[in-house]
Design a protein. Structure first.
Length: 176
């Protein structure tokens, strides 16, 4: 083998080692990011299991200041707007519990399948209402995007006099 061929082999070997080292650093950085995101998701779940009208200040522990939140009722931008939105929602809620059934997490995003059981003084004569839903979260150091999907009829419309009967009738006809 000539000197230039040996040098080329050495250079290629060094390049391969450098790339492997780079991949190792990238893998470690990705693992650290995923661990940080998992801790954020865990904190989010714990927060929602204890959230009520008296501790809404805790939202800032998991949500970024510029949070974009949407559900079938509203879209709000910013932590103050989200806190105000939740304060209005929780105003007549006697109890609320979230059961998280499934978490799917990948780099920068998570989806959570959940069941919410709540009682509201103005809905369903104050009796419990059960709603199934899914939350999609955008993640970095905190949650910057949160979108909820659930059946608004099950949560609200079915429990309003007259409107509820109509919604149930429409659902029954649609399922035939």
């Amino acid at each position: 083998m000539t000197a230039s061929a040996e040098q080329l082999n050495t250079d290629m070997s060094s390049l391969g080692e450098a790339q492997a080292g780079n991949r190792s650093l990238q893998d470690k950085a990705l693992q650290a990011q995923l661990l940080q995101e998992k801790a954020l998701i865990d904190s989010f779940i714990i927060l929602y299991q204890q959230l009520n009208k008296d501790n809404l200040h805790l939202l800032g522990q998991v949500y970024s200041d510029d949070i974009e939140f949407s559900d079938p009722l509203h879209h709000v931008s910013g932590l103050p707007a989200l806190t105000n939105y939740f304060a209005n929602l929780y105003q007549n809620v006697a109890s609320i519990d979230f059961d998280i059934h499934q978490v799917i997490h990948q780099q920068g995003a998570a989806s959570l399948k959940w069941t919410m059981v709540f009682s509201h003084s103005k809905l369903n004569a104050g009796a419990d209402i059960t709603v199934n839903g899914v939350s999609i979260l955008g993640l970095n150091s905190k949650i910057y995007q949160h979108q909820d999907f659930f059946d608004l009829g099950t949560m609200l419309y079915e429990h309003i006099p007259l409107v509820g009967s109509l919604v149930k009738l429409v659902k029954a006809k649609a399922s035939q």
